[in-house]
Design a protein around this ligand. Structure first.
Ligand SMILES: Cc1ncc(COP(=O)(O)O)c(C=O)c1O
Length: 361
């Protein structure tokens, strides 16, 4: 791998090696243009082809249809925390949220800041966001139900999306988009910062269903209206060209090398099972997410003694394992097993963990 390590960063995160190699090959001369992809106009034919191909591939991967628009926006997933309520709230109706930790909490705060009537219909705050609530009562007249499909910090994930009885689902899929198969039918909108499972930082994917556009208030600032980006096909202003170019390479890799989302999900399940089975087989490390809510993408765990943490991190670094420190808000450790992280990386991590436990247990 030429000095590369096994990268367990939570985001920005590992990218598929063949994608990085293709970027390297094409960096000075994109497609015979004699210019780098970083140097060509977003209005040029080569870039338009990249964007169009990315959209077609994303639609195929997620099994979207003619009703769905795929958009490339800026401002990160955090911008969607405010664009969603601004665009999709309905007069006289509440907007419903499930609170499963930091990112949901931030999304709720933005909706409240905009003066929307927010109904937090379920929360796992009572047990430190270590699980996904089972009972999710959705008011039948809610404008939408917002969930965070995967909680990057806490290591929990919806294994089944709530039955919303016709209320459109909206999901922040920043840390599990393209990691598994799911039915898009109940979703009015989904969004994902690309920098975990879909590409580099700098672009946010949004999928919005046509009927949602009817709600978008006419008077919104142009740059904050989904309608602008649907009408201009993500090209109202200069889009993040390089990030979109990389996203296109990642989705091409997913389709042509991995074999689509079913195949990707199988690999992701094997990777996660390897680490969780090990965690369950011993009592040195302790997983922090409840078993029925565990994430396939972010595996969070603690050591028996905080005094060992520095030695653990140093040992990881010496073994070529990077990015395992937990989020600063919760501490402990987190192994992010995104699509681009190979099975061998997880095998190497488990071997290291066994050895460390043997020496320090
Ligand atoms: C689930 C989730 N939502 C939102 C965000 C925030 O994304 P951004 O930094 O693109 O605003 C993150 C970032 O880690 C995340 O994991």
């Amino acid at each position: 791998m030429g000095g590369r390590i096994f990268n367990f960063n939570a985001g920005p995160a590992a990218l598929p090696l063949p994608v990085l190699q293709e970027i390297q090959r094409e960096m000075l001369d994109y497609g015979g243009t004699g210019m780098s992809i970083l140097e060509i106009s977003h209005r040029s034919k080569p870039f338009e082809e990249i964007l169009d191909d990315a959209v077609v591939r994303i639609k195929r991967l997620l099994k979207l249809d003619a009703r769905h628009h795929v958009l490339f926006l800026q401002g990160g997933a955090s911008m969607q925390f405010l664009m969603v309520p601004m665009n999709l709230a309905l007069p006289g109706a509440a907007v419903a949220y499930v609170d499963t930790g930091t990112w949901s909490t931030k999304a709720i705060k933005e909706a409240r800041n905009l003066g929307k009537e927010v109904a937090v219909v379920a929360s796992s705050q009572d047990r430190d966001f270590s699980y996904i609530p089972k009972e999710i009562p959705v008011p039948s007249d809610a404008a939408y139900l917002h969930v965070t499909s995967n909680n990057t910090i806490r290591g929990t994930q919806f294994h089944r999306f709530p039955e919303s009885g016709g209320v459109p689902l909206v999901s922040d899929m920043s840390s599990d988009i393209f990691s598994r198969v799911f039915d898009v039918e109940p979703f009015g909108l989904l969004y994902a910062g690309a920098q975990k499972n879909a590409g580099p930082a700098g672009v946010t994917l949004v999928v919005i269903r046509e009927d949602m556009l009817e709600r978008v208030p006419k008077a919104l600032p142009t740059m904050l209206s989904y309608r602008t980006f649907v009408e201009k096909k993500s090209m109202f202003n200069t889009p993040p060209c390089f990030a979109i170019y990389v996203v296109r390479l990642v989705v091409k890799w997913l389709e042509e090398t991995v074999g689509g989302l079913e195949a990707m999900e199988r690999v992701n399940r094997r990777k996660a099972a390897l680490l969780y089975d090990y965690l369950d087989s011993q009592d040195f490390y302790r997983g922090t997410a409840q078993k029925d809510s565990r994430s396939l993408m972010n595996v969070t765990f603690l050591l028996p003694d905080a005094q060992l943490e520095q030695a653990f991190l140093e040992g990881c670094a010496a073994a070529g394992l990077g990015g395992l420190k937990g989020h600063r808000s919760v501490g402990g450790f987190r192994a992010s097993l995104y699509n681009a992280v190979p099975l061998e990386a997880v095998e190497a991590l488990v071997e290291f963990m066994k050895e460390f436990a043997r020496k320090n247990g």
